[in-house]
Design a binder for this molecule. Structure first.
Ligand code: ZN
Length: 340
C-alpha cells in the first residue's frame, strides 16, 4: 500500500478529491442539471483536456486537442485518486473544505471591492494550501510546485492535522484571491495551474483566481499575457482577520480564459510541429520539416469541415493530413539521384 502523501502513514483512503466538489460546480459535469462544462490542464510538454458530458462542440472547436468521441463520451474526470491519503488526513481535508464551503454563496459583490469571505484567515490559508498541495501531488493535474515548495506546504498541513499547530513556515505563505461575480450558470470555466510561473503560483479554478507566494509578497504577473488587477487585491496571510477577496467581473474571467485557450492552441501547435519533424527525420527527408508545410498541416487540421468533429483531431485524421501534405511535397521535389 502507498503511504499518505501528507503524514506518511498507510494511505488507506480511496476516492480522494484533488479539488473539492463544491468548487467544481461548473467544471465537473457530474453535478446534476448542468450540461456544458469543461476543465483543462496544460502540462509543459503535452496539453491534455478533460471534458464534461455534453460539452458543446462549438467551444471544443475553438480549442483543438486530442479530442475524440471516446474521451468526450467516457466523461472521465481524472481528479479523483485512490490511496494517496490516510483516513485521518482525508477527514481533516474534509473539515477544511466544509468550513470554506460556507463562503461560496457570496458571489454577488460590488466590483473592484475587497470583500470579506467570512472565513477566518488561518482556516482560509490552510484551505488554499491544501488545494495547491493536492494539485501538485496529483498525477493528473499536469503541473507540480517545485519540490521544496511542495514540501513546505506538506509540512504545514501535517503539523496542523497531527498537532493542531501551525509551524513557522505558515508565516511564509501569502496569497491574493480574485473572484468573478455573477458568473452565468452555463458559462464554461477552467481548472488550470499555470506551469510557467512559480512565486507566485497562478491558479484559475472556476470563478476563482489565486496568486500564491512563498517567502515574498505576492507580485503581479501576467497570466499568459493577460494582466489581472492583482495590485488591487488585498494580500492574505495569517493575520487575525477574515480572508479578503477582490470582486472582479465575469468579463475579466472570460478574457483570462480566452488567453488560456490561445495558449493551449499554441501548445498543441508546438507538439504537432515536433511530431512533424520526427516524421520528416524518420523518412530521411531532413532534420526539420519546412515551416510552411507545418503551418499547412495545422491549418488543414483546424479548418477541415469534411470530417465529423470527433474525428477532426484524432490521431488517424492527423496522420492522414500529414501524409497528404507530405505527398504534395514529394511531387514538387526534383527526382533524387538514381531515381527516374
Ligand atoms: Zn495522512
Amino acid at each position: 500500500m502507498n503511504n499518505c502523501k501528507i503524514c506518511n502513514s498507510k494511505a488507506d483512503k480511496s476516492g480522494s478529491h484533488i479539488i473539492p466538489h463544491f468548487l467544481l460546480k461548473r467544471i465537473d459535469s457530474e453535478h446534476k442539471g448542468r450540461d456544458k462544462e469543461m476543465g483543462f490542464v496544460i502540462s509543459e510538454k503535452n496539453p491534455s483536456s478533460y471534458f464534461g458530458r455534453a460539452t458543446n462542440v462549438e467551444t471544443l472547436e475553438k480549442i483543438y486537442g486530442e479530442v475524440d468521441e471516446d474521451r468526450i463520451g467516457s466523461n472521465s474526470i481524472p481528479l479523483i485518486e485512490d490511496f494517496i491519503f490516510c483516513s485521518r488526513c482525508e477527514a481533516e481535508l474534509a473539515t477544511l473544505e466544509n468550513n470554506y464551503s460556507t463562503s461560496i454563496s457570496k458571489n454577488d459583490q460590488p466590483i473592484g471591492i475587497n470583500y470579506s469571505s467570512g472565513i477566518d484567515s488561518e482556516q482560509a490559508l490552510l484551505f488554499w494550501i491544501s488545494i495547491f498541495f493536492r494539485l501538485s501531488i496529483s498525477k493528473n493535474s499536469g503541473v507540480s510546485l517545485i519540490p521544496e515548495d511542495e514540501d513546505v506546504l506538506r509540512k504545514i498541513l501535517n503539523d496542523y492535522f497531527s498537532k493542531k499547530q501551525i509551524t513557522s513556515d505558515f508565516e511564509k505563505i501569502k496569497y491574493k484571491l480574485m473572484r468573478a461575480q455573477n458568473v452565468p450558470e452555463k458559462a464554461s470555466t477552467l481548472l488550470h495551474m499555470n506551469p510557467e510561473s512559480q512565486n507566485p503560483y497562478l491558479l484559475v479554478l472556476d470563478e476563482f483566481i489565486v496568486y500564491l507566494s512563498l517567502n515574498i509578497d505576492v507580485e503581479n504577473k501576467d497570466f499568459y499575457g493577460f494582466k489581472l488587477p492583482v495590485e488591487e487585491a488585498e494580500e492574505n496571510s495569517n493575520f487575525p482577520t477574515d480572508e479578503k477577496i477582490l470582486a472582479i467581473t465575469t468579463d475579466t474571467l472570460l478574457k483570462l480564459n480566452g488567453h488560456f485557450h490561445a495558449k493551449a492552441a499554441e501548445s498543441y501547435r508546438i507538439n504537432l510541429f515536433y511530431e512533424c519533424d520526427q516524421i520528416f527525420q524518420k523518412m530521411n527527408f531532413g532534420n526539420y520539416m519546412p515551416n510552411d508545410m507545418k503551418e499547412e498541416i495545422f491549418k488543414l487540421l483546424a479548418s477541415d469541415e469534411t470530417v465529423s468533429f470527433g474525428d477532426k483531431f484524432s490521431i488517424k485524421h492527423r496522420a492522414e493530413i500529414i501524409v497528404k501534405v507530405l505527398q504534395e511535397y514529394l511531387k514538387k521535389q526534383p527526382p533524387r539521384d538514381g531515381l527516374k
